[in-house]
Design a protein around this ligand. Structure first.
Ligand code: NDP
Ligand code: MG
Ligand code: MG
Length: 333
């Protein structure tokens, strides 16, 4: 069973005794910086020249300096810039400002797990990753609650790295909800697998294939859209609240019977065998290497995929239909 840690297990004074740099002020960065500050921690934000988020951070009362200045001033440096550019930001701004005894923090293990960032031996390397989007992390903190976090130590130079990570998690409200101990390897591999096989990749492909099957059989795209995409939210909300059991309790007996007999015909042993291959390519670094090559090669295939799907009948149908539903909000895109 997983090891869980709560407020009583974490000592906030550890992080209050350090100087923290939060590099990046996006989804996670703003939540970490503001909540740490409100927890009595000495925080500065590191942002690049021309950053769009700089004005917002300053408006919200934070001191903004360059990433290099932030890393030099601080002894706990949390890297919250997008994963594909972390190695570059580390090389340019962080590496030469690390001293023995400092701690390098991450919100996701990608760059450490696949060796794109190789910190020196004298620093603690920790992860505190909230299991929710940054805006929820901040809102929960402000409401006196928290989003569960997972925490890990890759390198324990000080001998106290996990206590430091728990203290940081407490500063953003994570221990109010609970912190689960993991490793950089487990977090990174499961995160990539989940988003590829199930959450994003698997779901998008399932929705598209279902939609295409109905439309190719002559049904109206609008009806197919409702059946294969729109209603998915209602089903997922039920799963989120009470697992498969609550979803099956809520749908009709006919739907539940169809779930049992048809689900395994759609996701077959062959699908699972392919999932195992996907996992193996994550574990051996093939996925990470290909993705970094694509990213730094100018995102050509990425842009092609994006364009192809934006022209898919599923998407053009959805755009029209969502206009009929005033409560469906596309503004945040
Ligand atoms: P965002 O894309 O939301 O934010 C990125 C931030 O980095 C922006 O403030 C951007 O500034 C800034 N930035 C870009 N380039 C630089 C640079 N060269 N130097 C300094 N700052 C720069 O990132 P996320 O919050 O989504 O992700 C951050 C980390 O958190 C990642 O490791 C991610 O995997 C992890 N994570 C994210 C979750 C989420 O909810 N999104 C959930 C859990 C983990 P500007 O826009 O002003 O240019
Ligand atoms: Mg991810
Ligand atoms: Mg139905």
């Amino acid at each position: 069973m997983a090891e869980l840690f709560y407020d009583a297990d974490a000592d906030l004074s550890i992080i209050q005794g350090r100087k923290v740099a939060v590099i990046g002020y996006g989804s996670q960065g703003h939540a970490h910086a503001l909540s740490l500050r409100d927890s009595g921690v000495d925080v500065r934000v590191g942002l690049h020249e021309g950053s769009k988020s700089k004005a917002k951070a300053e408006e919200q009362g934070l001191r903004v300096v360059t990433p290099a200045e932030a890393a030099a001033e601080a002894d706990v440096i949390m890297i919250l810039v997008p994963d594909p550019i972390q190695a570059q930001v580390y090389e340019e701004s962080v590496k030469d400002n690390l001293k023995d005894g400092d701690a390098l923090f991450f919100g996701h293990g990608f760059n450490i797990r696949f060796g794109f960032i190789k910190p020196p031996a004298g620093v603690d390397v920790c992860m505190v990753a909230p299991k929710g989007p940054g805006h929820l992390v901040r809102r929960q903190y402000e409401e006196g609650r928290g989003v569960p976090c997972i925490a890990a130590v890759e390198q324990d130079a000080s001998g106290n790295a996990f206590a430091l990570a728990l203290s940081y998690a407490k500063g953003i409200g994570g221990t109010r909800a609970g912190v689960i101990k993991t490793t950089f390897t487990e977090e990174t591999e499961t995160d990539l697998f989940g988003e590829q096989a199930v959450l994003c990749g698997g779901t998008s492909a399932l929705v598209k294939a279902g939609f295409e099957t109905l439309v190719e059989a002559g049904y109206q795209p609008e009806i197919a859209y409702f059946e294969c995409l729109h209603e998915l939210k209602l089903i997922v909300d039920l799963m989120y609240e009470g697992g498969l059991e609550k979803m099956r309790w809520s749908v009709s007996e006919t739907a539940e019977w169809g779930d049992y007999v048809t689900g395994p015909r759609i996701i077959t042993d062959a699908t699972k065998a392919e999932m195992k291959k996907v996992l193996a390519e994550i574990q051996d670094g093939t996925f990470a290497k290909n993705w970094m090559d694509e990213y730094h090669g100018g995102l050509k295939k990425y842009d092609d995929y994006k364009e192809q799907d934006s022209e898919h009948l599923l998407e053009t149908t959805g755009k029209q239909l969502r206009k009929l539903m005033s409560w469906v909000n596309e503004e945040t895109m």
